[in-house]
Design a protein around this ligand. Structure first.
Ligand code: GLC
Ligand code: CA
Length: 535
């Protein structure tokens, strides 16, 4: 019998290479900096790292604008550095996931440069979405870029090309066999170098339909796609179901082909996780059917309020939906595209939620710095680099706050991250959040994460399903406790700002708010915290 694949219930640590550790003093993190700090990652107890892009790139969108998908950008090092990273990671028993960006290339990719030269109607242009202008000179349709502004840019001879993101990120035409062949080469290239799998960027976006048509409400749609814009749920859902460039049936054919490549690596247990923002949520499970990918991100917790019923609903839904295709859910509280969870819902709240999530079935993703309890960095607009800030003329603040480099040690910025000037400034207030200071504080968020991951491995591996518990409380706190039992562990999260006295059997083995526990005998779930009880 085949043993459970490593990724089924893994903890996967997302590294944004530019912000992790700078080995050469140029102010930007790099591959050698990651390699030199893998022991820190190992000590955290995670199973794998996912590296955001480090490929050759003009870096207009944090490296998600790839100019050569089969090489390392000199800012990050070279292929030898990558090989060293893989070898060191594997020696530490850490798997490595690379980020694959199939929706678009950079406009500096040689394909796009030759498409510009080759002119209209050429096979080179057919690898992208080049169209003539409408008779009145306007772009082929009225779609809006996800970073704001039109999703079409005109070239010298008058044709327009499509870019769902920045104008420097021309969308690829997945009806063209060259595109398929090139990505298959790229997948094999990194697999042959030893990667254990991929995170697939904009996995739902590759196939476009109705390019010849205007959308009836492009600005409504563009707002609906922005998580920072409030909108009535039904209106948002109706708009999200009308996107002509997301979640088209054709994308699944692509992943079926890719799955065959992954499986051809036999006992390597190669896995891939899809970034697929789709609606209705059940559609996400199509990406993890048995012959497609292995995981799909569940983004519910990136936006969820710290609210009992809401959390109960989205967690239940994700578990149930994934079960329909025999998959396990994934959980992510932060990533490089969203506000950090500590800033979004609060320090104690985010720790409680993290400890709760670590006990759930499926894989948990941790965005580097989350384990330190980092908030978003406070930035001046003049520091911001995100294309969504630039394209929206500042109306969208963008994602730079979540990408501020990690504080490692010392009392002053840049806290050991670099000997030079960090690419984004690090706030002085982070002196209490450095790895060094948190290591020595037994109540730190870092030590909470380390203990939680270790206990998860010890007590929860392969424990199967959860069983929700009725809220055992009455009176003013009723409805503020969310609990489940899984294997030997009972988990309670107290979402209220009052301690809850509770009768339970067993021993508290971890609490997200340990400073407020006097002793294990006192049967209390502290305010705004999660506890695990060993039965
Ligand atoms: C994904 C990435 C994001 C990037 C976008 C365009 O959503 O996570 O960072 O800007 O794709 O590639
Ligand atoms: Ca560097």
């Amino acid at each position: 019998m085949k043993s459970t694949p490593w990724w089924k219930e893994a903890v996967i640590y997302q590294i944004y290479p530019r912000s992790f550790y700078d080995s050469n003093g140029d102010g930007e993190g790099d591959l050698a900096g990651i390699t030199s700090h893998l022991s820190y990652v190992r000590e955290l107890g995670v199973d794998a790292i996912w590296l955001s892009p480090f490929y050759t790139s003009p870096n207009k969108d944090g490296g998600y604008d790839v100019a050569n998908p089969r090489d390392v950008d000199p800012r990050f090092g070279d292929l030898e550095d990558f090989k060293a990273l893989i070898m060191s990671a594997h020696n530490f028993n850490l798997r490595v996931l690379a980020d694959i960006v199939p929706n678009h290339f950079s406009d500096q990719h040689e394909w796009f440069q030759s498409a510009l030269k080759a002119g209209r109607g050429s096979p080179e242009r057919n690898r992208f979405h080049f169209y003539d202008a409408n008779p009145d000179g306007t772009p082929p349709n009225n779609w809006i870029s996800l970073f704001g502004g039109p999703s079409w840019t005109q070239v010298d001879d008058g044709q327009f090309y499509l870019h769902l993101f920045d104008s420097s990120q021309p969308d690829l035409n997945w009806d063209n066999p060259d595109v398929h062949a090139d990505f298959e080469t790229t997948l094999r290239f990194w697999l042959d170098l030893g990667v254990d799998g991929f995170r697939i960027d904009v996995a739902h976006g590759l196939v476009k339909e109705d390019i010849g048509k205007d959308h009836p409400d492009p600005s409504g749609l563009s707002n609906a796609l922005r998580l920072d814009v409030e909108m009535e749920t039904e209106a948002r859902n109706a708009l999200l179901e009308s996107v002509p460039y997301f979640d088209r049936q054709g994308v699944h054919e692509i992943y079926r082909k890719w799955r065959k490549i992954f499986d051809s690596y036999g006992n390597r247990d190669v896995m891939a996780v899809a970034e697929a923002w789709v609606h209705p949520p059940l559609n996400a499970t199509r990406y993890v059917r048995a012959d497609e990918l292995h995981q799909v991100f569940n983004f519910d917790l990136l936006t969820a309020p710290f609210n009992r019923n809401f959390l109960f609903d989205v967690i239940t839904r994700s578990i149930e939906h994934n079960a329909t295709v025999n998959a396990l859910p994934t959980w992510a509280l932060s990533n490089h595209d969203s506000p950090r969870v500590a800033s979004r819902i609060g320090d104690l709240e985010s720790q409680a939620l993290a400890l709760f999530v670590f006990a759930l079935p499926g894989s948990a993703y941790v965005f580097a710095g989350q384990e330190l309890g980092l908030p978003d960095g406070q930035l001046d607009d003049s520091d911001r680099q995100d294309p969504s800030f630039i394209r929206s003329h500042g109306a969208i603040k963008g994602r730079d706050g979540a990408r501020v480099p990690l504080p490692w040690s010392g009392d002053e910025p840049p806290f050991g991250f670099t000997t030079g000037k960090p690419w984004l400034p690090i706030n002085q207030s982070w002196s209490v959040l450095t790895v060094e200071s948190e290591k020595s504080d037994s109540n730190s968020v870092l030590n909470l994460y380390r203990s939680a991951i270790a206990l998860r491995t010890e007590f929860l591996a392969g424990s199967g399903e959860i069983k929700w518990l009725e809220s055992p409380l009455h009176g003013s706190n009723q409805g503020q406790l969310l609990g489940f039992k899984r294997g030997k562990i009972t988990v309670y999260m107290n979402l209220s700002d009052k301690d809850c006295a509770l009768d339970f059997d067993g021993q508290v083995i971890i609490s997200s708010n340990s400073s407020s526990i006097d002793s294990n005998e006192k049967q209390v779930i502290p305010a705004c915290s999660t506890v695990w009880i060993l039965n």
